[in-house]
Design a protein around this ligand. Sequence first.
Ligand code: ADP
Ligand code: MG
Length: 322
Amino acid sequence: MATNEFAIINHYFEKHKMATKRPDVFLGIGDDCALLKPPTKQLLAVSTDSLLAGVHFPADTSPHAIGYKSLAVSLSDMAAMGAEPAWVLLSLTMPDLDEAWLSEFSAGLFQLAHQYNLQLVGGDTSRGPLSITIQVIGFTPPGLALTRSGAKLGDDIYVSGNLGDAGLALQMHNNKTSLSLSDQEQIQQHLDYPTARVNLGIALRNIASAAIDISDGLAADLAHILKQSNLGATIYVDQIPLSSALQTIEKNTAWQLALSAGDDYELCFTAPPAKATQIKEIATQTGCSLHKIGSIIAEPVLNILDINGAKFILEHKGYMHF
Ligand code: ADP
Ligand code: MG
């Protein structure tokens, strides 16, 4: 039994049975700092995200899902940059020493870390309201990172996967639902265990002109690309990919969720029309569906059009903390 924070760190994090040992870690958990050997010819990509109960996940989320999702949201930032993740730091604040919770949380975290051969190299542990902060460090060849500012006039706009499932799952939490049991399970899975599109991001180096991950809703996140690229876009709601669950609900609600509910962690990217064939091949290679939803225009506005070519009215702008 782990009786203090050092024993917790040792048992649940440093010596976890799924822990990976990478050759580029000179010194991992256990000293005042980790010592890392960055590759000489690449840039480091660094990102951090905090998850708070009740803000980033419903309070009744399973500890396994919390562990998985905490890492997945940071990996999603790596994916959006076309970076290859390598090292992870974890700052964990929890209200008490609950070993069953820690065991599940670390299993969820290491399940995903193992999948991408990531090593947990350090962190911090303290007592307080539940909060998880994860930092991921990865690599990207100079000149190949996918930034938000690279979209060009005439580029196609794509999204990966389906949008709106996480939003529908959150809505289902608060309301009665007429969804079938299997649809309910599918969207719940999407909310709790988002897939970070790491391999897609790497495959899009040299192909995409700009990229972002969709954490706050497609409309809000695409707007970041447009602002930083000084351009605009026209997108078509009926081109937005929806899961079978979302296709069963009323169309306007489905599109509202797909455009402005957050938490999907799919990628939105732009690419010249000449890359369309290569993008189809990447979809096959990575097993991730890619849909063209519109194009980049000169006027700095985001036009969202419905099936009849009329303006689609967004009810919410996307998730904002403040
Ligand atoms: P310090 O007092 O120097 O901050 P700590 O006692 O916080 O050291 O941590 C001891 C070691 O354990 C350090 O190597 C730190 O990076 C690591 N560590 C602490 N908490 C965690 C955690 N939750 N996950 C992974 N490593 C951790
Ligand atoms: Mg510390």
